[in-house]
Design a protein around this ligand. Structure first.
Ligand SMILES: [Zn+2]
Ligand SMILES: [Zn+2]
Length: 135
């Protein structure tokens, strides 16, 4: 069980999404994807596109630590349906942290993820999604 990098003391729950296990914090609504899982969610044909979406800023985030190795995560920028979002990424490549709503926004930008996956993600995290944005 991984600890939430934001709430620190909260354990995350494992949710299964298209046979991909994602870690989700019920306290803050954030989602942790292990390395490669974003590409899997976006679809195999678009792995390169998924990788290209993320731009490293090289800026250490400060307080947020990778739930796997404990290293301070770095900021990475991704395009999304709501403009650019800033994500936290483990510098050792363990995975990416999405704050509440960011995963949905990134997947919904039309850069490769098929609509079915976007709908699944929306449904899974429905309780925390604010409506009326970007649709
Ligand atoms: Zn949390
Ligand atoms: Zn790590």
């Amino acid at each position: 069980m991984l600890r939430c990098p934001v709430c620190v003391k909260s354990d995350m729950v494992v949710l299964e999404l298209e046979e991909i296990e994602v870690d989700h914090c019920l306290s803050c609504g954030g989602v942790w994807l292990d390395a490669g899982e974003l590409e899997l969610l976006m679809g195999a044909a678009d792995r390169a596109a998924a990788r290209d979406k993320l731009r490293d800023t090289g800026v250490a985030a400060g307080s947020r630590k990778c739930p796997i190795c404990g290293k301070t995560m770095e900021k990475a920028v991704s395009s999304s349906a709501e403009g650019e979002v800033t994500l936290d990424r483990c510098p050792a490549g363990h995975g990416i942290w999405f704050d509440d709503g960011e995963l949905q926004a990134v997947l919904a930008c039309g850069c490769g993820a098929d609509g079915r996956v976007v709908a699944l993600v929306r449904d899974m995290f429905r309780s925390r999604i604010t409506t009326g944005k970007g649709e």
